[in-house]
Design a protein around this ligand. Sequence first.
Ligand SMILES: Cc1cc2nc3c(=O)[nH]c(=O)nc-3n(C[C@H](O)[C@H](O)[C@H](O)COP(=O)(O)OP(=O)(O)OC[C@H]3O[C@@H](n4cnc5c(N)ncnc54)[C@H](O)[C@@H]3O)c2cc1C
Length: 563
Amino acid sequence: MTAATTFSRRAPRRFWGWGQLDATLDAREQATVKTMVEQLDVPFTERPVPQVHEFALPAPRVAAPPALAGCFSATPLDRLNHCVGKSYADLARMWLRSAPTPPDWVAYPDDEQAVIDILDWAQTHNVAVIPYGGGSSVCGGVEAAVGDSYAGVVSLDLERLNRVLEVDPVSRAARIQAGALGPELQAQLKPHDLTLRHFPQSFEFSTLGGWIVTRAGGHYATQTTHIDDLVESTRLVTPAGVLQTRRLPGSGAGPAPDRLVLGSEGTLGVLTEAWVRVQAPPRFRASASIRFTDYFAAARCVRALSQSGLNPANCRLLDPLETVFSGVGDGRFAILVLGFESADHPLQAWMERALELVRDHGGAYDLEAVAQSLATQGGDGHRSGAAGAWRDAFLRMPYWRDPAVGLGLIMDTFETAITWDRFEAFYENVKADVGAAIARATGQEALLSCRLTHVYPDGPAPYFTFAARGGADGSVASALGAWRDIKQAANAAVIAHGGTSTHHHAVGRDHRSGYEREVPALFRQMLAAAKQVADPRGIMNPGVLLDTVGRPVGIRGALEPNA
Ligand SMILES: Cc1cc2nc3c(=O)[nH]c(=O)nc-3n(C[C@H](O)[C@H](O)[C@H](O)COP(=O)(O)OP(=O)(O)OC[C@H]3O[C@@H](n4cnc5c(N)ncnc54)[C@H](O)[C@@H]3O)c2cc1C
């Protein structure tokens, strides 16, 4: 067996970063990383990337079930790839050559029956099961930190369940297996001239199942922001049996079962497939990049847009520092990236009305560029100009992060939502609290920026990004230590100032402290009771979202000092 042996049928991924093993940065991207790193007083030197042979993994503690041996892998590469997700702390630990709690086995079931058999085997042998989609969790959702009460842990990777099984062109819906990555489902829907149009930043390496159980946020800045509203029905294999919901366009029949599956984060069972609402690809687009000298005037403009009923597909407000991080500005202005799309009608009237609101709030834009975006319908017009630059930087950002983490930089994000009446104070207070925490933990002034990723008539979803040098020694270890303090402070700040612990990154392990303050205790008891029915022996993703009855409590993964 070589270091690169894997049972995965996909192109090998970086276990220590984003993308495939052979991903590279172009010269311009390398220069950007160098500038960013040097701005924070971190010397820019080549650091060797982690190699599989540098990790000493313990032997699996349980034997694989003989009948399923063909889909059970214990190769070091597979175990490392399933050890953690893709948060800053996950990557930092890999750069430190520390695989905190590798799963004993990685299972790649070929079909739903194999999923059922694995759960039966796991229940009988007291083995914890961690459902795994694309592994892009940024909150500890796929980490095998389950405590000592289990005989072993299996990471259950759904990559072989990646097909579009059925398309209903009349109702515009598709039945899709949960393990399909974004590009895989997109490619299979294309011959039907249909698309899901749910594009999280992690689209390339995340799955339909992962999106549904984490309630992911896609590219639509208004209306169907979360995957929730695109889900028509779900099929969940639980240790207690299969939960199949009915396909309906809407229903008022009591609490909706799909709503319990959405956000369940692998704690109730394994989502094997879902019917989702699809649509024709957009033919008409319009976009504009708008500059504001006053950030709060820009925010008020976004509020007016979100309450206008125009429902722009894109309505991302970048504060001045965020424009620098995204490579679309120089830090002097806030920039609003505004876009409309439609498969049905030209968008001139929508854009014209939106620009009236923009002018009312003091925004400035290049009229010719807007006219050009309206003129290049159906093609790649939306990929040019500031909107295109923002989109490209947005998709490439995770690739830039990899070398920066290895150089001892902390680069992370946290996201939340707040009602408009409290937004301005919230923005100031969260920046002050987290900025102070960054200064305390690193001894440096904070580079902390914000963009509004999604907006609703009653409030925005602010998404904060920060970068800092970990400590004077520039080591990844000191950076990780500093990150723990900053992350705790961010978790506390968003809740203390009235926001949610997460708008779309899910709860996992890292956001549990906030979730437990945000959600009523009685509701958490109701959820725990539901889990006991679906998962009576408590084998499903222990430590994520809620404590498992009868098992160790308070497992926190990356936030624990020795993890
Ligand atoms: C660079 C980057 C950008 C990101 N951008 C976005 C973004 O724009 N929007 C957004 O919402 N999130 C984003 N995320 C977070 C992450 O991509 C989402 O949470 C995504 O929905 C996870 O999907 P996945 O398939 O990778 O799931 P995984 O990471 O594999 O798993 C996530 C959780 O879901 C559970 N799970 C996965 N599949 C199943 C299944 N079939 N059945 C039951 N449980 C399952 C896992 O056990 C785990 O708890 C980003 C992450 C990164 C690293």
